[in-house]
Design a protein around this ligand. Structure first.
Ligand code: PAF
Length: 281
């Protein structure tokens, strides 16, 4: 596996590597969910193509300094996992190698980011779009794989690529879960044992609400009420948001007439977890 830590190193490596190049952008602390994205990238690249992983804890997408400071950074472990997974190229820049101290350009999405995480994490998606566009430019990737767990991120990145004519194919990959249903996340390791034991209720709350569809329910309010009730029964969980939005525009809906998404973010102490279910009428 080749490793690059700066943009010039990366360009040199990429020039020598075969196409297609499929990128898996990550912030490290790799878990089975990331490795599933790497396997999907290999499937897309083929045995002769290049699978690249970027490992960069992007400071400009964090809205809480404490979250950035506590974000796990097990770089050596991550590189070993990449090697084992057959990654061809890892990009591991320091913050200074990615951003000029006087950088003054930011990519802003102004519709899909107005609800869900975009509403409670000001500037988060500006940071995501800016770094991902930079990564696309640096890698000149043919395709990139993102987890569907970050449903809003995926929709926004698809929109960015569409609106800015970025020549990259975006591939979504289904959420990978622990055996008890908790969505895999690099933040899970920061949960206390009590919080970890309680956190699968997020999935149960969303799935429980989704079952209302079978009874013909289409009004948003009962779905939201059912999920909220289950989450509020937790002695630990604090709801950051719980919203039912159109799957395409990510704007709140009162009635489910088209595919919709019931999404939540929940705090366990300082650790914020997200999950969602898709509702197909
Ligand atoms: O999903 C993530 O891990 C990050 O938001 C991403 C896409 C790597 C950008 O920093």
């Amino acid at each position: 596996m080749r490793i690059a830590a700066t943009a010039p190193e990366l360009r040199r490596e990429i020039a020598a590597l075969p196409r297609p190049l499929v990128l898996v952008p990550t912030m490290g602390a790799l878990h089975e969910g990331h490795l599933a994205l790497v396997r999907r990238a290999r499937e897309k690249a083929g045995p002769a193509g290049t699978v690249a992983v970027s490992i960069f804890v992007n400071p400009i997408q964090f809205d809480r300094p404490g979250d950035l400071a506590a974000y796990p950074k097990p770089l050596e472990d991550d590189l070993a996992k990449c090697r084992d997974a057959g990654v061809d190229l890892a990009f591991t820049p320091e913050s200074g190698a990615m951003y000029f101290p006087d950088r003054s350009i930011t990519v802003t999405e102004s519709l899909l980011s107005t609800h869900l995480c975009g509403a409670t994490r000001p500037g988060h998606f500006d940071g995501v779009c800016t770094v991902v566009l930079k990564l696309f430019n640096l890698f000149q990737a043919d395709a990139a794989v993102f987890g569907e767990k970050d449903v809003q991120q995926l929709a926004i990145l698809r929109r960015m690529v569409r609106d800015l004519d970025v020549p990259v194919e975006i591939i979504g990959y289904p959420t990978v879960r622990e055996a008890d249903g908790l969505a895999m996340s690099s933040r899970n390791v920061r949960l206390t044992p009590e919080h970890r034991a309680d956190a699968p209720r997020i999935r149960r709350a969303l799935e429980g609400a989704r079952s209302l569809l079978q009874f013909g329910e289409r009004a948003a309010a009962p779905f939201l009420a059912a999920a909220r009730k289950h989450l509020e029964e937790s002695p630990f969980a604090q709801i950051d948001y719980l919203e039912l939005v159109d799957a395409e525009t990510l704007q709140p809906v009162g009635q489910i007439r088209k595919p919709a998404v019931l999404a939540t973010a929940v705090f366990y102490g300082e650790v914020r977890l997200i999950d969602h279910v898709t509702l197909l009428p």
